[in-house]
Design a protein around this ligand. Structure first.
Ligand code: F6P
Length: 403
């Protein structure tokens, strides 16, 4: 095991909350152990180009000016997979770049694609440790950014409720999350949404419509001022009836090769509107309640709001700052210990826990067993509700927690 004297820090994939905490955690832990730390800017694109520039060394003065609580990454990002670079000497180029700047080990924060490159680099003998990062929350471990994103989805969705209620509109909030529904699920529950649609459940729009109609009408009937709304949080990774993702015709693929997803909320709106148009109950109900206006207001409006990159920006939660600092610092400790090719799980008591990166990046989906619980609380998940039948267990031994 050779001694680590200088580390390089890379952040890669989509940005999110907590990345700057990974950087400050790694730099400060490196300094604590007399290890030099530099940033390799712009993800793997920077790593491949290391021979062409000097990666900035992060001194005390510099790290002191990186604010962990701000989203985005001081290190910059790209979605570049090393294996996709056509240069047949790419790994030699990377090794010579690392050697040129005396970098002995890498702290690499990213999601599944980034982690797959960590596996790749390890097989080429390049020492690196992976810090789990993805707002999609679809890794086996907790990943920095997830909590911040969920909180932002919940916050924006709650904020939208007032305008929905004021205009008696139903709102469909579309959120990032790629192929898994974690962020829509947790963010929607956190926002008191009426309905959450996730890729893990094939949506029955008739069920959504009936839930919408019942909830909207009940809400209006119990309001002194005849106000109502209905809030759906929809994951971007939903598929249409033919099993295809919703995409804008010109959206294309990102440089990791993933289809860019967007447009599911508009599809949901059209589905609900088509049921509404055929339903004579609406004009009758609105007439009875004194809201109907011929040719102008014969049924409630439905609007879609894609939150897009807003859920990755802005403030980072304290949870993500703490976990990010754990991840960055723990990665340095693992490198110093000569433990490579692993993903940080967390720091608990005096234990740094980790798992092999190839295990950590296996995609994780929302546990459908949990859905029935929230259906019992009245939420709709786009299917006929299934009864939640709990099992009971007394916990013995240590209760695992991240913080
Ligand atoms: O993987 C993170 C993520 O935010 C996905 O949820 C989303 O589909 C994608 O990145 C958007 O990426 P980009 O910033 O490249 O548009």
């Amino acid at each position: 095991m050779s001694e680590i004297k200088k580390i390089g820090i890379i952040t890669s994939g989509g940005d999110c909350g907590g990345l700057n905490a990974v950087i400050t955690g790694a730099v400060r832990m490196a300094h604590h152990h007399g290890v030099e730390a530099c940033i390799i800017p712009n993800g793997y694109a920077g790593l491949y180009n290391l021979n062409n520039f000097v990666p900035p060394v992060i001194t005390f003065g510099k790290v002191d000016r990186i604010y962990s609580g701000v989203a985005g990454s001081e290190a910059g990002h790209s979605r570049v997979k090393i294996s996709k670079i056509q240069d047949p000497n790419k790994y030699e180029v990377i090794k010579s770049g690392l050697k040129k700047h005396n970098i002995d080990g890498l702290v690499i924060a990213g999601g599944d694609d980034t982690g797959s490159v960590v596996v790749d680099l390890i097989s080429q003998g390049i020492p690196c440790v992976h810090v789990p990062k993805t707002m999609d929350l679809d890794l086996q471990t907790y990943s920095v950014g997830g909590d911040s994103t969920i909180n932002r989805i919940a916050k924006f969705t709650r904020d939208l409720r007032t305008t929905g209620f004021t205009h008696n509109r139903a709102l469909i909030v579309e959120v990032f999350g790629r192929y898994a529904g974690h962020t829509a699920f947790r963010g929607g529950i956190g926002a008191d949404a009426d309905c959450v649609l996730i890729p893990e459940i094939e949506v029955d729009y008739k069920v959504v419509y009936e839930h919408f109609k019942k909830t909207y009408i009940e809400r209006l009937l119990t309001s002194d001022v005849k106000g109502s709304t209905y809030i759906i949080v929809a994951a971007e990774g939903l598929k249409n009836k033919s099993g295809e993702y919703f995409t804008d015709s010109n959206s294309g693929k990102d440089s990791f090769g993933h289809q860019k997803l967007t447009g599911g909320a508009a599809y949901i709106r059209k589905q609900l509107e088509s049921y509404m148009k055929d339903d004579p109950d609406w004009p009758a109900f609105l007439k009875k309640e004194g809201i109907f206006v011929e040719n102008i207001y014969s049924m409630p409006e439905i609007r879609e709001i894609p939150l897009g990159h807003l859920v990755r920006a802005g403030e980072t939660t304290a949870y993500d700052v703490t976990f990010g600092k754990q991840g960055g610092g723990a990665a340095v400790l693992l490198l110093k210990q000569g433990i490579y090719g692993v993903t940080v799980v967390g720091v608990e008591h005096n234990v740094v826990s980790y798992i092999p990166t190839k295990e950590a990046i296996k995609q994780r989906y929302v546990d459908i067993n949990e859905v029935g619980y929230y259906e019992a609380l009245g939420m709709c998940f786009g299917r006929e509700p299934l009864e939640f039948t709990p099992k009971f267990k007394e916990h013995k031994g240590e209760i695992h927690r991240y913080m």
